[in-house]
Every structure is written in C-alpha cells, then in structure tokens.
Ligand binder design. Structure first.
Ligand code: AP5
Ligand code: MG
Length: 190
C-alpha cells in the first residue's frame, strides 16, 4: 500500500488535484477537512465541537483527526493506497501517522506539496467562497487565521519530511492542468 500526503497551505489546490490523483493511481482520498464538514452537517457531537474551531480558522485537536484516519485505513479496501489531504498538519499528527503505519509494517511513501504564496491563498479562497459557501471561507479574518495557523503549526512538517527524504514540492502557480502534470511527474517515480 502507498501512503501519499497531499500537503500545502489552505487554498493551494489540494482538493482540486486530489480527484485526478486518486483516479490515476487508484487511491482512496481522505480529506480530514471534508470528513469534519460531514460531521458538522450531520450534527454529531464531534461535529458540534469541531464547528467552533473550524469557523475560527483553528485546528481541531490532534486525537480527533488521528482517530478519523485510523478508522478510514481500517474500513477502506480495494485500493492501491491512500491520499491524505490535509493530514497530518501538526508534528504530533505526523508522529501519530508514523506510528499507525509502523504497526502495519508500512510507512509514508511520499509527501507531495503544492506551494503558493500567501496573497494567492487569499485570492483563491475568496474565489471559492463565491461558489461553495464554506463557513471558514466567509471572511478575510478567518482566512488570515488559517494562513497564520498553517505557518505556525503545519509548516514545520516541511522540515520533518525533508529530513526523512520524503518531501516533494511542486509549484502551485499555473493552470490546474499544469499543476496536475507537475504532480504526476513526481508521483510517477513512486
Ligand atoms: P481543509 O478542508 O483541509 O482546508 P484547507 O487545508 O484550509 O484547504 P482548503 O480545502 O481550503 O484548500 P485546498 O488546498 O483543498 O484548495 P482547493 O483545491 O479547494 O480543512 C478545513 C479545516 O478543518 C481546518 O482549518 C481545520 O480547522 C480542520 N482540519 C482539517 N484537517 C485537520 C487536521 N489534520 N488537524 C486539525 N484540524 C484539521 O482550491 C481552492 C480554490 O482555488 C478553488 O476554488 C479552486 O477551484 C481554485 N484553484 C485550485 N487550483 C487552482 C489553479 N491552479 N489555478 C486557479 N485556481 C485554482
Ligand atoms: Mg480542500
């Protein structure tokens, strides 16, 4: 089984590119953000707790997303691997992922990171807000907090996976097709 991490700041194009990636490499797409939004929509206890944090642009507790990931690994079959979109995004989550995979004799295959500058994050998310109406896209303040959260809590993972020889960065500026082709040329190596 392959375990790919789809990394990148908010609005970098992770969700957009995931569709083509899962199709080409027969992967299961796990977006922790999408799973949390599903819990919110269903009004579960977990969703109610996550809602306040997400709508402020903060992260939900590590244990919550770690549990979700472990559950998906156990229940999904018939694929050649997993594409983790938006997970891990803290050092403790990266450590937990290593431990979960090690228990099954596996490890992270590669990190594919889509990188765009902060100004472009704002521009792309504002564009999406007009189409999708995500609560955490609703104001510049929330988007800015997501950017700050990314720099403080998630960016350290670049060093973590670089040291492990598993970090592959792709320029996220360009058309959706151009970025997709750059991603494919990296993934074809694994
Ligand atoms: P999550 O859903 O993961 O959101 P995110 O990381 O902020 O990323 P986005 O989904 O906003 O962006 P994306 O990279 O998928 O971009 P997209 O493809 O849509 O997480 C939401 C929240 O859940 C978090 O803030 C946190 O609270 C919580 N959470 C989730 N995971 C967690 C975890 N592991 N730990 C703790 N908390 C967690 O593209 C954006 C827009 O740009 C679209 O409109 C798209 O059409 C457009 N676009 C894409 N590519 C291009 C291109 N090349 N050119 C022009 N436009 C483009
Ligand atoms: Mg997304």
């Amino acid at each position: 089984m392959k375990y790919y991490i789809l990394f990148g700041p908010p609005g970098a194009g992770k969700g957009t590119q995931a569709t083509a990636m899962v199709e080409k490499y027969n992967l299961n797409h796990i977006s922790t953000g999408a799973l949390l939004r599903k819990e919110i929509a269903a009004g579960t206890e977990l969703g109610i707790q996550a809602k306040t944090l997400i709508e402020k642009g903060c992260l939900v507790p590590d244990e919550v997303v770690e549990g979700m990931i472990e559950n998906e690994f156990k229940t999904v079959t018939g694929v050649d691997g997993f594409l983790l979109d938006g997970f891990p995004r803290t050092l403790p989550q990266a450590d937990a992922l290593d431990q979960i995979l090690a228990r099954n004799g596996s490890e992270v295959t590669a990190t594919v990171s889509i990188m765009i500058p902060d100004e472009m994050i704002m521009e792309r998310i504002k564009g999406r807000a007009l189409k999708e109406g995500r609560a955490d896209d609703a104001s510049e303040d929330i988007i800015n907090n997501r950017i700050v959260t990314y720099h403080n809590q998630t960016e350290p993972l670049i060093e973590y996976y670089s040291k492990a020889g598993k970090y592959n960065e792709i320029d996220g500026i360009g058309t959706i097709d151009e970025v997709r082709d750059r991603i494919f040329s990296v993934m074809d190596k694994f």
